[in-house]
Design a protein around this ligand. Structure first.
Ligand code: UD1
Ligand code: MG
Length: 471
């Protein structure tokens, strides 16, 4: 997915309102912190504003202030706090007051509109700049179901006369006015700054509405223009859990379609979830019930899924990752993983390696062409090239206090069910006997066998059974 800036908008600021609690979400999390494909609603908004070309981005926070501050600390935005939520107009007033922005273009939109595309966000500023006489421009949409939206009173050729909130509409207005306000505005900053104190709160909610600014500017004889956006799916505001899920579906398919257009095969795009920062390549396959999160990269010709969850994981070319959970892992080319493998942070599987079924690997390197095929736990280990780890083998890396390292040289053959009690080091070309408990280092080229010798007792079975059947 492209993240480049479309075209810088000179002297522009985007103010994103995200101070509301989001009562209708019925959640302890502030509304703007809810996520869609691993990215919060507010970060979707910030990303769209940045890509649209806005120079300065100001986010108004309030509810859950500490949480939001922490959440946005590396987002590269200016934060403004609206301590009491007295409405969207009040939020803008607080932002202007604290930032003192009184020149250029100020775009205002809401942190609960995550599907907005950068180009759409740029259009409202373009509309404003078309004519010097414009004091504001807004987007207008005609959704199938207008309930809940503020209604836009349109005059001739797209001139906006006023916005009336849904709750303040008469029955007749609610039924007849089809032009809706998605909440995306661009203002001439000087006019906005000059008039912001004139907003009143004489309405159904007793709040200061930014939507009233349109009527105020018109009464001043200013021009306010509109742009109709046909694709209303990107203008959806999230106010409830149901809408959050609906928006996630739209975003999921938007991302998946973009990757399919780049040559990625998906058996069913409805059953694949890909985060916005993931990178895929041509000729890759993403099979059903697969989640790709964070900065995961899937290289040319690799197959991931089904039933797979990868976070911040790099999958090399032509590797196959089947029914696997992996986080912070590096997988080189031609590696085969799974089915049913768990790869934890710090794992590096080198070229041609194989990590098979019911295995867990953590903070370990598996060398080129080495195999960990069945039922193993490998932790804090370095495994050389061409090593074979027999079924059921385990690195005993934890003594209850510290984690210790296991080092295994090249071409070493670990017999099934070998316990390697770390810290321990096995050289190149070592063989361990099946069932051995290795507690001491093993020199290259040696056989290490550490188990009880087998004793066979002739005729024992008959005596044993007889002793149990006495009565
Ligand atoms: C708002 C618009 C409505 C529009 C709709 C589109 C107003 C008055 N109404 O209604 O015309 O059709 O969005 O989705 O603007 N916020 C603050 N501080 C506050 C109040 C709200 O920062 O004091 C933030 C919220 O966090 C939210 C955004 O502003 O992100 C919008 O608030 P919300 O309550 O969702 O407004 P809507 O009822 O959806
Ligand atoms: Mg809303």
């Amino acid at each position: 997915m492209s993240t480049s800036v479309l075209k810088p908008i000179p002297h522009s600021t985007a103010i994103i309102l995200a101070a509301g609690k989001g009562t209708r979400m019925k959640s302890d999390l502030p509304k703007a912190a809810h996520t869609i494909l691993g990215r919060s609603l507010i970060k979707w908004g910030i990303s769209a504003a940045r890509q649209a070309g806005y120079e300065r981005i100001v986010v108004v926070i309030g509810s859950g202030e500490d949480y939001m501050r922490e959440h946005l600390k590396d987002a590269g935005v200016e934060l403004v706090v609206q301590h009491e939520q007295k409405g969207t107009g009040h939020a803008v007033a607080v932002a202007l007051d604290q930032t003192k922005i009184a020149e250029g273009i100020v775009a205002v939109f809401y942190g609960d509109t995550p599907l907005i595309e950068p180009a759409t966000l740029a259009r409202v500023a373009e509309k404003l700049s078309e004519d010097e006489k414009n004091a504001a421009a807004i987007l207008v949409t005609r959704p199938k179901d207008p309930s809940g939206y503020g209604r836009v009173l349109l005059g001739k050729s797209g001139v906006v006369d006023a916005i009336i909130e849904d709750r303040d509409c008469s029955h007749e207005e609610r039924d007849t006015l089809v032009d809706c306000n998605p909440g995306i505005y661009a203002f001439d900053a000087t006019e906005l700054y000059k008039n912001i104190k004139r907003l009143g709160c004489d309405n159904a909610q007793g709040e200061y509405y930014i939507t009233d600014m349109i009527g105020i500017l018109r009464k001043e004889g200013q021009s306010v223009q509109s742009v109709l956006v046909e694709d209303d799916s990107q203008l959806m505001g999230i106010n409830s859990q149901v809408q959050l899920a609906e928006a996630a579906k739209v975003m999921q398919l938007r991302i998946n379609r973009a990757w399919m257009d780049e040559g990625v095969f998906m058996l069913d795009p409805n059953l694949v979830w890909i985060g916005p920062d993931v990178v895929l390549n041509r000729n890759t396959q993403v099979l059903p019930l697969t989640f790709l999160w964070g900065t995961t990269e899937i290289h040319e010709g690799a197959v991931v899924g089904p039933n797979t969850r990868l976070s911040n994981t790099i999958v090399g070319a032509h590797s196959v990752i089947d029914e696997t959970v992996a986080q912070d892992v590096r997988i080189d080319e031609d590696v085969h993983v799974g089915p049913r493998a768990y790869l934890r942070p710090g794992t590096h599987l080198k070229r041609g390696a194989h990590a098979g079924t019911h295995i867990e690997i953590k903070n370990s390197t598996v060398g080129e062409g080495a195999k960990v095929p069945h039922l193993s736990y490998i932790g804090d280990a370095t495994i050389g090239e061409g090593v074979n780890i027999g079924a059921g083998s385990i690195t005993c890396n934890y003594n209850g206090f510290e984690k210790n390292k296991t080092v295994i040289g090249n071409r070493t053959f670990i017999g099934s069910n070998t316990m390697m009690v770390a810290p321990v080091s096995l050289g190149d070309d070592v063989i361990t006997g099946a069932g051995s408990i290795i507690t001491e280092d093993v020199e290259s080229g040696s056989l290490a066998i550490a188990r009880e010798r087998q004793k066979n007792i002739k005729g024992y079975t008959k005596k044993y059974r007889a002793s149990h059947n006495k009565e």
